[in-house]
Design a protein around this ligand. Structure first.
Ligand code: HEM
Length: 207
C-alpha cells in the first residue's frame, strides 16, 4: 500500500470538551464577584452598597457550600463521574466568598475598628455563628489538596465531615438575621440542605 493511503492516527483536538469543564466552571464561579466589581465601578449597588456586597458574598458563600454538598448525590444519581473533579474547586469557592464576606464586614462595614468588631461578635449571635463557620472552613480549605489527603489518610474524611454542621450553621446565621417576613429564602436553603443530608442518611441506612 502506498504511504499516502496508509491510515493515519486520528488527529487529537488541542482542547477537549472534558478539559474545558474545569476552566469553564472556574470562570463561572468568578462571575458573581466580577458582576459585583462591575456594579461598584458603575455605582449601581443601590443606597447601601456595603450591605449589598455583604448580601451578595454571603448568598454565594452559602450557595457554593450547598453546591459542593450536591456533587456526590449528582454523581451517584445521574452517573456524572466527571462532576467529582469539580468538588474541590467548588468548596474552595465557598471559602473564597465566605472570606470575602467577612473582609467586607471587617473593613467596609466596621473600618477595622476592633472594639466595634468584638462588641458585635459578643452582642449578635448571628455574627458569632458566622465567625464559627469561617473558622471551621479554614482547616477544610487548608487540607483541600492531594498532600493532605495522603498525609491525613482516613482522618481526612472525618475532618471534612464538619462541612455538614458548618453549612447548617451558615443557614442558621442567615435565619437569625432576617426579619420574620423575609424568612422564605433562608428556609429554602434549609430545605435544600435537608434534602442533601437526607440523601446521605438514606444511603447510609441502605448499606
Ligand atoms: C466572620 C463571619 C461572618 C460575619 C461577620 C457575617 C456578617 C454578616 C452580616 C452583617 C450580614 C447581614 C447583611 C445585611 O445587612 O443584610 C450577613 C448576611 C449573610 N451572611 Fe454572613 N457573616 C459571616 C459569615 C458568613 C458565612 C461563613 C456565610 C456562608 C458561607 C454567610 C452567609 C450569609 C448569608 C447567606 C447572609 C444573608 C444575605 C442576604 O440577606 O441575602 N455569612 N452576614
Amino acid at each position: 500500500m502506498p504511504a499516502s493511503q496508509r491510515s493515519l492516527p486520528m488527529p487529537q483536538p488541542l482542547i477537549s470538551a472534558k478539559g474545558l469543564i474545569k476552566p469553564a466552571t472556574f470562570l463561572l464561579c468568578l462571575l458573581p464577584v466580577a458582576l459585583a466589581v462591575y456594579a461598584v465601578s458603575q455605582n449601581r449597588l443601590g443606597a447601601n452598597p456595603v450591605e449589598s456586597l455583604l448580601q451578595l458574598t454571603g448568598d454565594w458563600g452559602l450557595r457554593f457550600l450547598l453546591v459542593t454538598l450536591a456533587v456526590t448525590p449528582l454523581q451517584f444519581i445521574f452517573k456524572w463521574a466527571w462532576i467529582a473533579r469539580l468538588r474541590r474547586m467548588l468548596g474552595l469557592f465557598a471559602f473564597f466568598y465566605a472570606v470575602l464576606h467577612m473582609v467586607i464586614w471587617l473593613v467596609l462595614d466596621h473600618g477595622l475598628r476592633w472594639d466595634l468588631i468584638v462588641q458585635d461578635i459578643i452582642e449578635k449571635k448571628f455574627i458569632a455563628v458566622g465567625v464559627v463557620v469561617v473558622a471551621g472552613l479554614i482547616p477544610l480549605a487548608l487540607t483541600s489538596n492531594r498532600f493532605s489527603i495522603r498525609k491525613l489518610g482516613t482522618r481526612w474524611k472525618t475532618l471534612h465531615r464538619i462541612i455538614y454542621p458548618l453549612t447548617l450553621l451558615a443557614v442558621v446565621h442567615y435565619l437569625w438575621q432576617v426579619k420574620a417576613n423575609d424568612i422564605y429564602e433562608p428556609l429554602l436553603y434549609l430545605v435544600v440542605l435537608m434534602i442533601l443530608l437526607g440523601w446521605r442518611f438514606y444511603r447510609l441506612l441502605k448499606h
